[in-house]
Design a protein around this ligand. Sequence first.
Ligand code: DGJ
Length: 749
Amino acid sequence: MEIVFKEAAKTFHLYNDQISYIMQVLPNGQMGQLYFGKRIHDREDFSYLLETVSRPMASCVFEDNKSFSLDHILQEYPSYGTGDYKSPAVEVLQKTGSRITSFIYKGHKITSGKPRLEGLPATYTEGEKEAATLTIYLGDEPTGLSLALSYTIFSNRSAIARSARFVNEGGEELHLTTAMSLCLDLPDHDYDWMQFSGAWARERHLKVRRLEEGIQSVGSRRGHSSHEHNPFVILKRPHTDEFQGEAIGFSFIYSGNFLAQAEVGSHGTARILMGIHPDCFDWKLEPGESFQTPEAVMVYTDRGLNDLSQTFHQLYQKRLARGYWRDRERPILINNWEATYMDFDEKRILDIAGKARDCGVELFVLDDGWFGQRCTEHAGLGDWVANRDRLPEGIAGLARRIGDLGMQFGLWFEPEMVNKDSDLYRAHPDWILHVPGRPSTHGRFQYVLDFSRKEVVDCIYGMMEKILGEADVSYVKWDMNRSITECFSPALPADRQGEVFHRYILGVYDLYERLTSKFPYILFESCASGGGRFDPGMLYYAPQAWTSDDSDAVERLMIQHGTSYCYPVSSMGSHVSTAPNHQTGRLTPLHTRANAAYFGTFGYELDLNTLTEEEQEQIKDQIQFMKKYRRLFQFGAFYRMESPFDGNVTGWMVVNEDKTEAAVGWFRVLSGSNQPYTRMRLKGLDEAALYDITVRREKNKPYGNFYGDELMHIGLVTSDATSGEIPGGEGLGDFESMIFLLKARTQEA
Ligand code: DGJ
């Protein structure tokens, strides 16, 4: 890995074994983009890549030159209004009313490692040799606004992390109204745009469309990254598939409003922008003040989408997630939400926990309804003290009893919210985000606390710290069940209201940072009505997230498949729930529910007492199985082989580091009669190794032995297991699934 600067040509070349990123100081002093892609040789001068041509209608920079126009030059961090008519990376409102800026190169610094971003989640290194960082300093002279563009290249990853920092070194106040974290101008637009979109209970469904002239974008203005769109997009070449071809992934390490946009210009170039959504954003910079954008990460591959995803998985699992739980297998949990909703008392909880313990579950999680007057959605949020009518010995007492059963104890919070019927709201009605004199919109009868205010965050921290300090709590589920409306903070002046959305998220990060530092052994799981804040920002604090409120196994195939394009299996909260399923009414076999949930953190979301003895035996076997193989599932290399967005069958696979163990998930939504033969080509195996295979529906059964090359090039024959030759036998029926376990024979065997 290297970052080189060629003084004569004024070019920067960031490269490692896999990728190259090249920029140049343009003749007008602004930064130009020359190349991002597969690693190429370094050379003294890459200026031949800066193409200029005289075009009618072009607005030109130099008085004596008709060809240098920002309209068609690829740039690093463009402004609007000086010849470039596309959406800009930066816009600054000045006292004069002008929004024109031009950031000119002043100097640069190359350092080893990667500096932290104060108060913001970001990728990190654990040694100086893991990465190198280039900071380019630019300035807009008339305003005195300085800009530092930061680029980190990792030694062994095809990833570049970027962010921007502004300092007002002038004498007058300025307003940043657009400040993107990333801009990438590409020379052509021969790409498909992939986005991960949906809604509550159907998050991150893959949508693909051709990139065309004009703007295509996804984003959020809800105050959280949202169920609707994920802050992650991919540009892939039309013929790229899971295993070959070029693609670039763009991921935003942030949990609030965002914009991810591609704009194809009239000369066929494509501009990618990613950052805080400029709508509703206006950050005031007094002289001397600064603003740091969140980080965005770009990953390049020429080896297909699986390779792209694995790069994100490894980076986010190892150098974004942090702390005690980062590399640890996750406890198998039971959560009482779908078993009881808010209708429970201590006895009911202990009944559920006791049976779960008998089946081998390790952690009991008490969900919503344990605090204040929280017996319905109308009351209690904000009062983080146990409801003694339900829990006579409080949380500490219940945690002790759960501990006596031999289980760990976990607890649900929704720290950012308040009900009007709560002691907190009665004491501080002005602590919600609201516009004085206007009605406030509720969501689920709750209001959003003004986390842009330190005293509000302090108060919630105080209540949470007390409970977590007094009781033996090993896990926290941090929920967030509504989007933000009336985003206005009475504590801020008029000209700082455009800061509230971002200040709110900084408050959330501050609370997370304080709690995770104070309680480093607690496993945090983030949640926002399921997957409404499944983003890299959250992963920095909580290594796992509740993937979706939809626990139906068939729906989960799409949700987990879509999520896997960016996020590792170890981050996906996945539970077995009851049938008929509460979100879809669908009846799926118990083994299929488990088979889908193994590709995640694994747990249960039902009262096991309601199952038959035979089903309980099956659950015990599932738990034993997952305990044995969870390292493989959660930390193995993950492959997508068949997509639920393309057809009836989904195929997933995980392979351990030395390729001696693998697990393959095969899922078929609808059954059929007299079906064609089927095979699934496996990936990531050792060609020469002989693998013993067992197939698992309810129990493991031998399935023969095959060499890695057979399994990868011929494929695993799945029709045998699903032929339905025995009338009414195994393998028939809708929502069928199997796990194939592969174990390489050792030399001696
Ligand atoms: C939404 C979450 O996603 C559910 O799992 C549950 O915790 C409820 N909120 C509780 O209100």
